[in-house]
Design a binder for this molecule. Structure first.
Ligand code: MRU
Length: 351
């Protein structure tokens, strides 16, 4: 049974294994409805990832790891002597659920290695591994919280983008984990959170997490960020990542690149917080990172209300790439890399 430690500023778990199945907090319904979805198959989990019931790079990876447990259980029951081969199609469906967050592929790779190793009934060993990946992610977030917090001078305010908290991870969060740790130790006084168009991860999810943990915050329109920086109200922009290329380029929620350019112009520092499971040495640079494009309705409508004029078309890339040269600090559970480069990332990954 996974025993999860939670601190004073850490009150949410969005992905959980209960008895024999996966339970996800439905992030499409937040903040006004806290509804849970019960999942018993890999196909349904892939659908939940595609539809954003669960989102955020590490959370997607953890959900997929638990989905492999359910797929293997079914396959072993139906085809005890050929269960590994029968599993492949479901793993492929999971792998294709969303293209940008490499934590999904990373978690499936770790699960597949165990699939090759196990003898006999695979459920118990695969569940043990999925739970270990889940716990490792939480531990990494607490470690990154300490390391990132140490970079912040006392009594500062920071700006964050998208949702990088407990909802986006196994628990605690990456960028929001640093913010939680820095607030707990009195370093951060106030948080500014971008609303994060078009899916409103900031308004619906980050603001909800901050309010639950009683961390003082203001929400702002994405377009207000440069004005905030110009007024000297923030000293750091702190964000997560969905994939970091071998040269240190960072894919993250659309709008991160604009923040990075604006931050450099205004003398505000950019901190990227991500576990090493987000670093993809197989992707040479940001140009090689696949960027998901989501349905135009997410831009044309707000919830079910049509906002744009009829016959308008929209372009909806879900992520963008910030060049490594705009990153002041990359915080991972293995350590902090200042001004990341291919050489520094290679050294971190072999340390
Ligand atoms: O489309 P989403 O909501 O899955 O995008 C999430 C992000 O961009 C996060 O910033 C990223 O996954 C890092 S969160 C730990």
């Amino acid at each position: 049974m996974l025993k999860i430690f939670m601190s004073q500023h850490d009150s949410i778990r969005a992905v959980e294994w209960k008895d024999n199945h996966l339970v996800l907090l439905d992030q499409r319904k937040l903040p006004h409805n806290e509804q849970f979805v019960q999942l018993y198959s890999a196909e349904d989990t892939a659908e939940a990832i595609r539809n954003m019931v669960v989102r955020g790079a590490p959370a997607i990876g953890i959900a997929a790891a638990y989905a492999v447990v359910m797929a293997a259980r079914k396959s072993y029951k139906q085809y005890p002597s050929d269960w590994r081969n029968r599993l492949e199609a479901e793993i492929e469906t999971l792998r294709n659920a969303r293209p940008t967050a490499v934590n999904l592929m990373w978690a499936l790779k770790r699960m597949c290695a165990e699939v090759e190793n196990v003898q006999g009934d695979p459920e118990e060993p695969l569940l043990a591994l999925a739970q270990r990946l889940h716990q490792e992610d939480i531990d990494a977030n607490y470690r990154m919280g300490e390391l990132g917090s140490a970079l912040i001078e006392p009594s500062h305010s920071v700006l964050t983008h998208c949702n990088t908290g407990s909802l986006a991870t196994g628990g605690y969060g990456t960028a929001l984990g640093v913010i939680r740790s820095a607030y707990s130790s009195g370093k951060i006084e106030h948080v500014y959170a971008d609303e994060t168009r078009p899916w409103w991860q900031g308004s619906r999810l980050t603001a909800w997490e901050l309010a639950k943990d009683k961390i003082p915050a203001h929400l702002l329109c994405d377009g207000a960020a440069a004005h905030l920086m110009k007024q000297g109200k923030v000293s750091w922009v702190i964000v997560g990542s969905d994939r970091i290329a071998a040269n240190g380029d960072v894919a993250n929620k659309i709008g991160t690149y604009s923040l990075a350019v604006n931050a450099r112009y205004h003398g505000v520092k950019l901190m990227v917080v991500a576990p090493t499971s987000t670093i993809d040495l197989g992707t040479a640079s940001g140009d090689d990172i696949p960027i998901e494009e989501r349905p135009q309705e997410e831009v044309l409508n707000v919830a079910t209300q049509r906002i744009a004029a009829h016959h308008t078309q929209a372009w909806n890339p879900a992520f963008d790439v910030t060049p490594a040269s705009l990153v002041d600090a990359l915080v991972t559970e293995k350590g902090v890399v200042e001004h990341p480069s291919a050489e520094k990332i290679a050294a971190l990954m072999t340390s």
